[in-house]
Design a protein around this ligand. Structure first.
Ligand SMILES: C[S@@+](CC[C@H](N)C(=O)[O-])C[C@H]1O[C@@H](n2cnc3c(N)ncnc32)[C@H](O)[C@@H]1O
Length: 218
C-alpha cells in the first residue's frame, strides 16, 4: 500500500449530504435513525468526558479503554453492523458501539465542542472517493465537534496516507499522545508481526491558545 494515492475528491461536496455506506447524513432526519441518534446522544450526555473511536472493527481497543477509564464515555463507530452486534455485549456500561458512518455522525449528530478525544486507528486506504474518510469536510467537522483542548489521533502504516492526513490537519496544533492501554487493534498487531512502520499523528483543534482548555487524562 506504499503506492496508495488519494482518490480524486468528489465534485461540489455538500457537508449536509455526506455520501456514506449508511445513506449519508440525511439518514438522521428519518424517524427511526433519529431515535437511534438520540439514544446515543442520551448515552453521551452528562459531565463525563467523551471519546470516540472511528472504525472499531471488533471493538477490542475501545472496550479495553472503557474498562480502564470508567469516568469516560466511549463511543465506537463502525460501518459493519455485524462487528457492532458481536462486540456490543462485551462493552462495559460506559461504552457503546454504533453501526454508523462516522462522516454522517460528525456532520449531523454531534454538537459543537462535545467530544474530548477521537481515535482513528488505521483508516482504510480507499481508492473510491465516495468511501474516503479523511476528507477536508470530515476534518472540518472534527474541528467543530472536538473541544478546544481535545485530541484527534490517526495511526496508519500507509506512508502516503499519513502524508495526506498531515496535510488535512495542517492548521491544527500538534498534541501529546493520549493514554492507551496494552490492547492493540487487529491492524496494529499485523504491523508488529510483519515489522511494518506505523506513523501516529496527534492534533488539537485549530483555536487561539487562550481558548484552549486541558483534556482530562485517559
Ligand atoms: C482498515 S480497518 C481498521 C480497523 C481497526 N481500527 C484496526 O486498527 O485494526 C478500517 C475500519 O474502519 C471501518 N470504517 C471505514 N469507513 C468508516 C466510516 N466512514 N465510519 C465508520 N467506520 C468506518 C471499516 O469497516 C473497518 O472496520
Amino acid at each position: 500500500m506504499s503506492d496508495w494515492q488519494p482518490p480524486a475528491p468528489l465534485p461540489s461536496p455538500s457537508r449536509r449530504r455526506v455520501k456514506g455506506a449508511l445513506s449519508g447524513s440525511l439518514l438522521f432526519e428519518q424517524p427511526a435513525h433519529r431515535a437511534e441518534a438520540d439514544a446515543v446522544l442520551a448515552f453521551l450526555e452528562g459531565p463525563d468526558p467523551v471519546a470516540v473511536e472511528v472504525g472499531v472493527d471488533h471493538g477490542t481497543v475501545l472496550i479495553d479503554h472503557a474498562r480502564r477509564t470508567p469516568t469516560w464515555r466511549w463511543l465506537g463507530l463502525e460501518i459493519r453492523k455485524r462487528k457492532v452486534a458481536k462486540a456490543q455485549p462485551h462493552a462495559p456500561p460506559n461504552a457503546r458501539l454504533w453501526a454508523a458512518d462516522a462522516r454522517s455522525v460528525f456532520a449531523s449528530v454531534f454538537a459543537d465542542h462535545s467530544v474530548d478525544r477521537v481515535d482513528i486507528l488505521f483508516p482504510t486506504p480507499v481508492t473510491n472517493p465516495r468511501h474516503m474518510l479523511l476528507t477536508d469536510a470530515f476534518v472540518a467537522d472534527l474541528a467543530r465537534v472536538v473541544r478546544p483542548g481535545g485530541v484527534v489521533t490517526v495511526a496508519t502504516d500507509v506512508a502516503p496516507l499519513f502524508t495526506w492526513t498531515c496535510d488535512r490537519f495542517a492548521g491544527w496544533r500538534e498534541a501529546e499522545p493520549p493514554e492507551r492501554g496494552p490492547v492493540r487493534s487487529r491492524r496494529e498487531r499485523v504491523c508488529v508481526r510483519d515489522g511494518l512502520a506505523v506513523q501516529w499523528g496527534h492534533w488539537r483543534p485549530p483555536v487561539a491558545s487562550s481558548e484552549a482548555g486541558g483534556t482530562p487524562t485517559a
